[in-house]
Design a protein around this ligand. Sequence first.
Ligand code: SAJ
Length: 476
Amino acid sequence: MTLESLMKKRGPIKKIGVIGMGYVGIPAAALFADSPVFEQVYGFQRDSPSSGYKIAMLNRGESPLKGEEPGLEELLKKVTAAGKFRCTSDFSKITGLDAVTISIQTPFLNKDDLLPDFSALKEGIRQVGRHLQPGMLVVLESTITPGTTEGMARELLEQESGLVAGKDFALAHAPERVMVGRLLRNIREHDRCVGGIDEASTKRATELYTPVLTVGKVIPMTATAAEVTKTAENTFRDLQIAAINELALYCEAMGINIYDVRSGIDSLKGEGITRALLWPGAGVGGHCLTKDTYHLERGVQVLGKGNLDYPENELSLYVLARRINDFMPAHMFHLTVDALKRAGVPLNGAKVTVLGWAFLSNADDTRNTPSEPFRNACIREGAQVTVHDPYVAEYPGVPILSSIGDAVKGADAIVIFAGHRQYRALDPKALKQVSGKKHPVIIDVRNLVDPDAYIREGFIYKGIGRGDKNGHKIVG
Ligand code: SAJ
């Protein structure tokens, strides 16, 4: 019996399982459960010491995700009350399902050797394989190295189940495209790349995602093309950020204002001309842009098997972009040291205040935050560092203050790291008073503050890309 006839015999997808109750899995499960097309959704979560607590919370209709996620808690309450969504650690329930999606983190073990850490993903795939039945659909939503669906995932599922992909069960990759703070909206509104290992798998996966898309549409392709699309779209974003960060460094060196240049370049429009300029900053954080380049690099290394025609001994443009963005916290450190020197204050023993610990503006997500390498560098040089963030309550090993006044008290340098709206409204006069210094330093990552307003108050100002101001005359 062909896979298509097996799935036809099984009928339309009614029961779904989502493996991995995190930023990707929870909103996906809630939206599947909210669709009248589907009857039942199980969220699968290992009952581990670190994340087992999520099971009870979710079954009470509560979201374990930090930060504001518009509409998520209401939706969870609705689908649990309706009995359409249940969270469990009993993976044997997979047996009775029609489709299973896998959303498990895929960090990198060693980016220099391009070694991803697939240990959690493999365990999740094995769990599915152990309970897989003929005619079922398995979809990988995690961002993965190109070649993983057709390769490692297929092998593990076949090994554990004794079934054959493309013959006994359908297999596809449909990468997530969510951002914290707008998880539900992103799933509903972004187009969804759906890549099956064969046409029957793509068709079945399209049946799964179509009901949850309100604005977005399914874009069918092969599994490997979907893997490359996802890793490349984040790699390109990282590259665009690196390009504007490099220009910011150039503008500082040439004594001009990157924002004048940016709006100048941005003015060239029409006739399909886009310059897609992003914004300079203190570096790139988060769980995605910091690793997806390496997934792509590994993909071309493994799948490309030496077929890549590339300038000899030249570094990948994408890896160079990673290195430029990883350099930006160090650049923030150099700006801080230089400014303190102008104030006649050595870093050793100085008080440095970091405003903003989250990696994204107006959000509480701290994964791979660029603020951390900066803080570590200051502490290594003997500085005393305090941290403030209006959205982040706690962070392992780093006390986070909720009062700006407490954080800035006695500060020699105030370093704005995140573009939180609260920092736009800071009053230089009041800040200076609290710092109590004659020439406190202010470092601005995202052009949040008016340099002249601070300089007038006697601050020593430095801003990313603000070569026009970074050497200003000190007032008072
Ligand atoms: N950043 C800049 N300048 C910019 C934009 C961002 O310095 O102009 C920095 C941010 O401060 C942050 C980092 O880059 O530290 C990442 O920011 P982000 O806005 O890309 O946020 P992510 O990583 O949560 O979201 C990305 C998005 N990918 C793309 O837009 C191609 C999102 O759509 C993906 O769903 C997400 O990665 C993911 O999960 O892959």
